[in-house]
Design a protein around this ligand. Structure first.
Ligand SMILES: NC(=O)c1ccc[n+]([C@@H]2O[C@H](COP(=O)([O-])OP(=O)(O)OC[C@H]3O[C@@H](n4cnc5c(N)ncnc54)[C@H](O)[C@@H]3O)[C@@H](O)[C@H]2O)c1
Length: 317
């Protein structure tokens, strides 16, 4: 494997490119214009500097890494001679489908195309492709260079060969790949994450606790255990008799909204989008965002160091 192409130079595109280059592969990334190249280059350099600061790269390694990332505003150049394509354009079915139609005119039929969609199932995305057997989902998590998991979601038309090639690429990238066997929206991670968000919003709406205390109740309890035991293993540790007894009275009381909550709609109407607009559940100042970002990055790096001690990139058990 020599060249991996990434389409889209936003939040995910540049951190996936960093993942690729960190593993000594060549990352060719397509950006829509020069302004985007400039922004993504700045974000990439900042992330690489942090890796140097925490001892995951030497200064010389970081220079070499940056040389392995090539930005281009030409899709043709980005895809020339490529062996694997990762798409990271906006979460919009129409934009993604139109892009695949164009990309397929520029590459040979055997080159896999992997989408980084957060949760759109595979088959609708590939429904108008000439060669849907080459299409698959690889859902990286943000920031892609620090979060080990990638969900791999083949569709009905995806070939065994594409699945095999994808798993090989993710092994080269030292990622923990999980194979999602059914095309469910949101895959595994986002289904679980949004179940938690729905309940957290419900607790807030019902006045059960303040937003700060709801967040604290997660970060300082289940959040502390989850890096070691996932929900099913946690239940084993709790004792299934106890988990059964709790499920019996609790499930019927949990939020089961089937639409985004009204408060979420109100946030959107007021353009309160979270950190990107300065207001969401919380009021945000630049320095607070930077501080939390740094703390999160630092902790994720510590996890990576622990993974490396254990021998990362492999499934245990
Ligand atoms: N941000 C996250 O936390 C996250 C995590 C996992 C997956 N994802 C998914 O990854 C994908 C990208 O998300 P993001 O957060 O990087 O979005 P983003 O908005 O930061 O970046 C998308 C980029 O695609 C570019 N773009 C738009 N139309 C394009 C086109 N036709 N061709 C090429 N480039 C085009 C935009 O200019 C932008 O730079 C989405 O499907 C998203 O759901 C996002």
């Amino acid at each position: 494997m020599n060249k991996i192409s990434i389409i889209g130079a936003g939040t995910m595109g540049h951190s996936i490119a960093l993942t690729v280059a960190w593993r000594h592969l060549s990352a060719h990334i397509y950006a829509v214009d020069e302004k985007e190249v400039e922004r993504a280059t700045g974000s990439l350099r900042k992330k690489v500097n942090t890796l140097v600061q925490y001892g995951l790269l030497t200064g010389e390694e970081s220079t070499q890494l940056l040389q392995r990332v090539r930005f281009t505003t030409s899709l043709v150049d980005c895809l020339k001679g490529t062996e694997f394509i990762i798409e990271a354009v906006p979460e919009n079915l129409g934009i993604k489908k139109e892009l695949y139609r164009l990309v397929e005119t520029l590459i040979p039929p055997h080159v896999p195309i992997a989408s980084n969609t957060s949760g759109i199932p595979t088959s609708p995305l590939s429904s108008e492709m000439l060669y849907p057997e080459r299409f698959i989902i690889t859902h990286f998590w943000n920031p892609a260079h620090l979060i080990p998991l990638v969900e791999v979601v083949p569709g009905k038309a995806t070939s065994e060969e594409t699945v095999k090639q994808t798993m090989e690429v993710l092994a080269l990238l030292d990622k923990k790949a999980v194979l999602v066997k059914k095309e469910v929206p949101g895959f595994i991670g986002n289904r679980l994450q949004f179940a938690l968000l729905r309940e957290a919003q419900y607790l807030l709406r019902e006045g059960v606790a303040s937003k700060e205390d709801i967040d604290l109740a997660v970060t300082h309890s289940i959040g502390r255990r989850l890096p070691v035991t996932g929900p099913l293993m946690s239940a084993d540790f709790t004792g299934l008799d106890v988990a059964y007894a709790i499920s019996e009275y609790l499930y019927k009381d949990l939020c089961n909204d089937t639409k985004p909550a009204a408060d979420m709609t109100q946030f959107l109407e007021k353009n309160q989008l979270g950190i990107k607009s300065g207001q969401g559940f919380y009021l945000w100042h630049e320095e607070d965002i930077d501080e939390i970002d740094k703390r999160r990055e630092q902790l994720l790096i510590e996890f990576l160091k622990l993974d490396a001690q254990k021998g990362s990139g492999k499934h245990e058990g």
